[in-house]
Write a new protein. Structure first.
Ligand SMILES: CC(C)(COP(=O)(O)OP(=O)(O)OC[C@H]1O[C@@H](n2cnc3c(N)ncnc32)[C@H](O)[C@@H]1O)[C@@H](O)C(=O)NCCC(=O)NCCS
Ligand SMILES: Nc1ncnc2c1ncn2[C@@H]1O[C@H](COP(=O)(O)OP(=O)(O)OP(=O)(O)O)[C@@H](O)[C@H]1O
Length: 195
């Protein structure tokens, strides 16, 4: 079974993924793959330097992620250019990993931009982690020391809460405690697997 998992920035996708993995699911994390495909020495990073110049590299030669973020979350055309380098590579890696899963495995594809990239129909179920925008902003400021304007810029680069909710077969409200979240995730997994 292949399950899509999505949610707005800082909604709690990684936290949900970690719980699902503990409960036995295989998780494919798109954010992690998006880092791997631009690792130092990669073709992906070379393409990014061709497009954006060496200014997006840190002193260590790795992608300067805050600098890249400042560019692409302020400019949609540049964001599309970056996505054109990263998304095909992430997609190819995800397919390779998914191909190694067994028939009885629950494979969870954690894809922040699942709705934005129209991938709903590729999955047997779509889990959406849902919180109001105020909670996203609050968690980005508190847990990631982001400025409010940067948090709002990321939210503005994504689908709306309503668009994501419309794509959900299973909605996970993450406005409660971590304990509440754990219960709800276990419940959803049980619904999916019938176990
Ligand atoms: C701009 C980059 C370098 C900033 O890196 P940073 O370490 O600050 O963020 P990180 O990669 O951990 O992403 C955190 C969250 O930001 C949001 N986000 C990332 N990229 C995008 C995007 N293109 N559009 C909208 N939201 C995005 C997602 O909610 C994601 O979960 C990085 O996000 C990136 O390479 N983005 C383009 C690739 C992409 O689309 N990734 C998302 C899923 S494949
Ligand atoms: N129920 C909760 N109560 C309080 N804090 C939470 C809760 N769930 C998650 N968090 C915290 O909120 C932050 C965002 O969670 P997480 O990293 O799981 O989100 P994400 O959707 O994967 O984010 P991103 O889109 O940036 O990858 C983390 O610091 C996490 O510990």
């Amino acid at each position: 079974m292949h399950v899509g998992l999505t949610g707005g920035v800082a909604s709690g996708k990684s936290t949900v993924s970690a719980i699902l993995a503990e409960l036995g699911a295989i998780v494919i994390d798109s954010d992690l793959l998006a880092r791997e495909v631009v690792a130092p020495g990669s073709e992906g990073l070379a393409e990014i330097v061709e497009i954006f110049g060496r200014g997006v590299l840190g002193d260590d030669g790795a992608l300067d992620r805050p600098a890249m973020g400042a560019i692409v979350f302020a400019d949609e055309a540049k964001r599309r250019q970056l996505e054109a380098v990263i998304h095909p590579r992430v997609g190819a890696r995800a397919l390779e990993i998914a191909a190694a899963a067994g028939a009885d495995d629950v494979v969870v594809h954690d894809i922040p931009l699942l709705v934005e990239t129209g991938q709903e129909a590729n999955f047997d179920a779509v889990i959406v982690v849902d919180v109001p925008e105020e909670v996203q902003v609050e968690r980005m400021i508190t847990n990631r020391q982001m400025a409010e304007a940067d948090a709002l810029a990321r939210i503005a680069a994504q689908a709306t809460r309503e668009q994501r909710r419309a794509a959900a077969t299973h909605l996970i409200d993450n406005t409660g405690t971590h304990e509440d979240l754990r219960h709800r995730v276990a419940e959803v997994l049980a619904e999916l697997t019938g176990r």
